[in-house]
Ligand binder design. Structure first.
Ligand code: 5GP
Length: 116
């Protein structure tokens, strides 16, 4: 059994967060430490620690994460200029919270994808 993170508490509304969207599969809320004018996290309600743990039955939730990110990008007014969707995995990916999440980042030119 994977260990819960702060994100499970946010999903259950046990601790405060700026929640922008929630349905039966996913929750989206603003990152507490935004790295760009728009920085939103889209997470599955189900605890999946890393993308290595994604199963076939999670495909609906993973797909929903993308359609919700697309909707929020439009809501935030960054769809036209563009944005980046990022999912970090494990140590080399820079993952800090072990409940998978998609970063929706935009509102300015983001520069190169990976710093070399
Ligand atoms: P990771 O590095 O795991 O891909 O990203 C984790 C993200 O979660 C970071 O951008 C961090 O700022 C954000 N984060 C960590 N704890 C909290 C929290 O309690 N509330 C919110 N809204 N974001 C958090």
């Amino acid at each position: 059994m994977a260990e819960e993170t702060i994100f499970s508490k946010i999903i259950r509304k046990e601790i405060p967060a700026d929640v922008l969207y929630q349905d039966d599969l996913v929750t989206a809320f603003r990152d507490i430490n935004p790295r760009a004018p728009v920085h939103i996290l889209v997470v599955p309600n189900k605890l999946i620690p890393t993308t290595n743990d994604v199963k076939i039955e999670d495909e609906l939730a993973l797909g929903r994460m993308v359609t919700v990110a697309k909707k929020l990008a439009a809501d935030e007014g960054i769809a036209e200029d563009g944005y980046r969707l990022i999912m970090n995995c494990n140590q080399h990916g820079g993952q800090e919270v072990y409940h998978i999440h998609m970063h929706l980042v935009g509102g300015r030119a983001l520069g190169p994808m990976v710093v070399s």
